[in-house]
Ligand binder design. Structure first.
Ligand SMILES: [Zn+2]
Length: 468
């Protein structure tokens, strides 16, 4: 998934001077061909085929000089369409681990009858490239492959090992998720000091010029709960004071009124501090007060009025599914709601459950965590090597445009890698146009944005690899 929440939030708050963008790279024909082939290979979870996409990219890399030993097309047992590709370019400095270049090959299903254009044909129209996956996440997948191809063709000798991991199943978790599978079955294949992923962002001003770049470090963690009331029931002609639907309604009403406490980590503290300095009153000063004192109720009310900031500041739990009763003329024997929580990275499932139970009080319901009970992710560090390098390279491509650390309220494969001990960062590079519509109809990316992202990510990879 690719979240544009952060970009939108930044766009709402930041102001920066307009500047000319970096020119597109000259040798873009080979990249465009790779990208087109990848986009036009359907990789949805219904009839799509990630394995073919992985093989197509491996074929292009082999033609560019990669050996079979450097290219690992893997296919999980019993799932011939759910393969991926790991391509390794060994570094000379064995004292340092690899940098992982991560992207997912699979896409969300797209129905031809709903789309204006063919969803699996790359169509350029008015400066935009339309097709499913043009943005999420085949732009980044194609750029990583293209980056390694260009480095190999130039005879580059990286200091740090570069390890590209193109995975399947990020969007269709119930069938398989390659990253989880790799962590479980082949952790040695994906060993890395840190990973560069989707999830970063760029915010544009109304005139289309760059406003700010978001560097994503950390994600909230999903945990679902069921709140349930049961009752002996009976004939609806003889109502009783105890009623499963009313008990559940009472519990949900109390949960709706409850707000989890404000939390900060290094990333969000840095982000709100940066935004505070650039945001007009009353929101900007309220952000500064809240960073200084998370218990400042008045500042909290001002900042949290924006649902995106509200979510970044705390764990949230919201009722998303409802089910109750069994007959129109019977007292309900069971009423149940599913509550979707997005935990702040330092909160734990048990603590969140305890907070829900406390908020509900004496309403006669049970609260149960739905498996999987997700472990807590430590937020990745914003080290000088990782964040400082990204800022330096961004300053060359977009002079004067701030790079702001962000935390995603949604989730990517980064949550599995971070749990496995590999700090994972959503690197910027693409500016989110309002109508990118990842996961939705008529997904698109601007040609200019794609090529600028390619140029930035190429230089960023070189910088991390210790290449001039
Ligand atoms: Zn994605």
């Amino acid at each position: 998934m690719r979240s544009t929440i952060t970009a939108a939030a930044l766009a709402a708050c930041l102001a920066a001077p307009a500047l000319a963008a970096a020119p597109p790279a000259a040798d873009d024909a080979a990249f465009r061909a790779l990208y087109k082939e990848l986009v036009e290979t359907n990789t949805d979870h219904k009839i799509g085929d990630c394995t073919t996409a992985a093989r197509q990219i491996a074929t292009r890399m082999k033609a560019a000089g990669f050996t079979d030993a450097e290219l690992n097309v893997f296919v999980p047992e019993g799932l011939p369409l759910d393969g991926g590709l790991i391509a390794t370019m060994a570094g000379s400095d064995t004292s340092k681990g690899a940098v992982m270049l991560l992207a997912h090959l699979d896409v969300v299903e797209a129905r031809r009858e709903d789309w204006v254009r063919e969803p699996f044909k790359l169509i350029e129209d008015g400066g935009y490239l339309y097709a499913r996956g043009t943005a999420d996440d085949k732009a980044q997948a194609a750029i990583w492959a293209d980056t390694l191809i260009r480095l190999r063709q130039a005879g580059a000798k990286p200091k740090r090992t570069l390890k590209m991991v193109l995975s399947c199943g990020e969007e269709s978790l119930p069938r398989i998720n390659n990253i989880r599978w790799l962590i479980e079955k082949h952790p040695e294949w994906i060993k890395a000091d840190f990973a560069l992923n989707e999830g970063g962002s760029g915010a544009l001003k109304d005139d289309g010029s760059p406003l700010a770049l978001g560097f994503q470090a950390g994600e909230k963690v999903t945990q679902n709960f069921v709140i349930e009331a049961t009752n002996p029931g009976g004939h609806s002609s003889v109502p009783r004071p105890d009623n499963a639907i009313y008990a559940l309604a009472t519990a949900l009403g109390r949960l709706a009124a409850y707000d989890f406490p404000v939390r900060f980590n290094d990333v969000t503290r840095n982000m709100f501090t940066t935004l505070a300095a650039m945001t007009p009153a009353p929101v900007g000063p309220a952000m500064a007060r809240l960073v200084a004192n998370p218990a400042d109720a008045e500042a909290n009310a001002i900042v949290s009025a924006d649902p995106r900031f509200h979510s970044m500041l705390r764990t949230t739990c919201v009722a998303t599914l409802l089910d109750g009763g069994h007959a129109i003329n019977a007292l309900p024997q069971r009423a149940r709601a599913t509550v979707n929580c997005r935990m702040f990275p330092s909160d734990k499932p048990d603590e969140v459950k305890a907070a829900i139970v406390a908020a509900i009080g004496d309403a006669p319901v049970t609260v149960t965590a739905i498996p999987p009970v997700n472990p807590v992710n430590p937020p990745p560090q914003l080290s000088e090597e990782v964040f400082g390098t990204a800022k330096k390279v961004a300053a060359k491509h977009w002079p004067g445009i701030p790079v702001v650390p962000t935390m995603s309220t949604g989730a990517t494969d980064g949550r599995f890698l971070i749990q496995a001990g590999i700090p994972t960062y959503g690197v910027p590079g693409f500016f989110a146009e309002p109508e990118t519509n990842a996961h939705g109809l008529n997904e698109r990316i601007s040609v200019k944005g794609l090529m600028e992202g390619r140029a930035y990510l190429f230089d960023l990879t070189k910088a991390y690899a210790g290449l001039k």
